[in-house]
Design a protein. Structure first.
Length: 347
């Protein structure tokens, strides 16, 4: 057998009930005013027959009351009072207030721009298991760790080569970012490296962002090869629109002259937006870069709390209607019993 709730538990439950329209309680005394008012009377024309008894005897019918007046009595008045109280409680609109529901609102949007040019196929890195791994593979591994640390931020994915493409718009579904990055293939965006065009498309993506902090992380192992919008100009526009860009030059020191990343350019473009440029010459270095980015860009989030409310007015309203129905049923039953007793007395 379940234990009955204690007074403390009962008080806690009652504390979760709030009234949307408490002023409706002022209507409760109207019931007392109705008791003090005189009963309603109406005048009607009538025909008085001085020989009523003779007319009844001649017709052979028994006289019956022309109207039935329902008498309330103490139980009836009690039922009416309870029904009125329940109706007033329903008019006050009780609500059950649920525990607070907290929702974290991201304040920073990240866009990862990943180079998919053929040079990213160079296997001059080692993965977490120590085996040789191409540059894109290392980017995938370390990016996954970064996504786990920024779980409350919205993150998007852009890939570029000869053409830039948006793979994932800003989302909190980081599993989708991982999946689309894993499905990205080297060379799928063309054989050249258009860094300026990638930054330009990234700015268009940020136009849909309402976050107060917007960060672009551009990872590349090459040099710009003739973008329609020069990277320096694109970085200038990014600074004007409040987008901070961090750049990561990927590649080991063994890269042949002319095939290494344009670190000087990446450094200048990042500085123009208030960002920083990094070199990633091995997996640990790239991992440390993501760690620095995580420290630079604070994890500020807005917390919104709301308490869901469920209306409860239908319960007291149902009680009021039920009590009224019970009162009418009892009054009719009492009237029927009284009429039968009267008929038995006449016999």
């Amino acid at each position: 057998m379940a234990d009955l709730p204690s007074w403390t538990e009962l008080a806690a439950l009652l504390a979760q009930v709030e009234w949307a329209l408490p002023a409706a309680a002022l209507a409760w005394p109207l019931a007392l005013a109705m008791l003090l008012l005189p009963p309603h009377r109406s005048r009607r024309t009538a025909l008085r027959v001085p020989f009523f008894a003779l007319a009844v005897q001649g017709s052979g019918e028994k006289p019956r009351p022309g109207a039935v007046v329902l008498r309330h009595g103490a139980p009836g008045w009690l039922l009416l009072g309870l029904a009125w109280t329940a109706a007033v409680a329903a008019a006050m609109q009780p609500q059950w207030v649920e525990p607070p529901v907290t929702r974290v609102q991201p304040t920073r949007d990240w866009l990862l721009a990943v180079d998919l040019s053929p040079s990213m196929r160079t296997a001059d890195f080692r993965g977490a298991d120590g085996r040789p791994l191409d540059r894109l593979g290392v980017v995938r591994e370390v990016t996954e760790e970064f996504l786990e640390r920024r779980s409350a931020d919205r993150i998007g994915l852009l890939v570029f080569g000869q053409q830039p493409f948006v793979q994932v718009p800003f989302t909190l579904d980081h599993a989708a970012v991982r999946a689309l990055l894993a499905e990205s293939r080297i060379g799928m965006a063309g054989t050249r490296t258009m860094i300026g065009d990638a930054i330009g498309l990234a700015l268009r993506v940020f136009e849909e962002s309402e976050a107060p902090h917007r960060t672009l992380v551009l990872l590349t192992d090459g040099r710009d090869t003739g973008s329609r919008v020069p990277p320096a100009k694109a970085a200038e526009i990014a600074a004007q629109r409040g987008v901070r860009m961090h750049t990561v030059a990927i590649g080991t020191a063994a890269a042949r002259p002319g095939e290494e990343a344009d670190f000087a350019g990446l450094q200048a473009w990042a500085a123009a937006t208030g960002g920083r440029a990094f070199r990633a010459t091995d997996r640990a270095g790239l991992q440390a870069i993501y760690g620095e980015l995580d420290a630079i860009e604070k994890r500020d989030h807005e917390t919104q709390s709301a308490r869901p409310r469920r209306p409860l007015f239908h319960w007291p309203l149902g009680v009021a209607l039920g009590l009224l129905g019970l009162h009418v049923a009892l009054a009719l039953l009492a009237s029927a019993v009284s009429s039968r007793r009267g008929e038995a007395g006449d016999d």
